[in-house]
Design a binder for this molecule. Sequence first.
Ligand code: UTP
Length: 293
Amino acid sequence: MTKIRKAVFPVAGLGTRFLPATKALPKEMLTVVDKPVIQYVVDEAREAGIEHFIFVTGRNKTAIEDHFDVQVELYETLSRRGKTEILDRLEAMQPQPGQTSYTRQQVPLGLGHAVWCARELVGGEPFALLLPDMIMQSETGCLKQMVDLYEKSGGNVLSVEECDPGETHKYGIVGRGKDIHTGFEITSMVEKPKPADAPSTFYISGRYILQPEIFALLENQQTGAGGEIQITDAMLRLHAEQSFYAHVYKGRTFDCGSPEGFVEANLSFALEREEFRPYLKNFIRTLLPEIES
Ligand code: UTP
């Protein structure tokens, strides 16, 4: 079983659902409580044993590269001022030299195309793919849960969650086969099907473990839904040759690519923090007096 050492973070999307905030600022740098969204996702990958972080970027995304760089002057100033707690926190988040790579998608032709842009950096080994606008809140990170399944199943593993039956047109939906460990075998995949055509209500929720053969399929993948090169279409072709398993993720997911999901994430992550929880509970009650304790 080949260990999953590398993770791809496609961050080249335009973030149009979050305009005007994303006109000059990458949506991945919006902060949930006090960390940028992208940091949550990198932390999740590190917890799962990832050693190399590959970012597929685009124009206006240099703030992401700067965020993962060492800021020598800042660290020296914090140290001189005795601010050791935040300094330790910053250093713990910092990738080691040589652990990050950046490549540019140049033209945002879709998620599948963004992933294909990472082919040389990933090479011939299985890898993790994390959509950075989806952030997960759970005791054990979503990717770690998936790696635990992958170590038993091998093949390709996708995280899935259930959506309302009327909402299948918003997601990539998988067909449900035989149960295995924490999930099931995937029998089919459809990108954004109408409810009547959906094989189930399990949607792919933004975390993938993929075999490297996906790259050859992405290379000649035609555009699909929305005129974009879709990863789901390439996975469907790979499914004809290889096994795909769904891991039914246990935890909360927030789509920080949309203002609603972003606000929910801020509330939920802030309420998880002991230093904010009591104050926030009272504050929310003053805003919404109808809520009982
Ligand atoms: P989304 O469709 O959610 O991102 O793609 P977007 O295109 O930035 O968002 P909207 O719809 O305009 O608001 C899912 C992920 O794939 C990346 C995005 O950055 C996001 O993390 N992506 C998408 C790319 O890297 N390149 C693309 O061409 C498209």
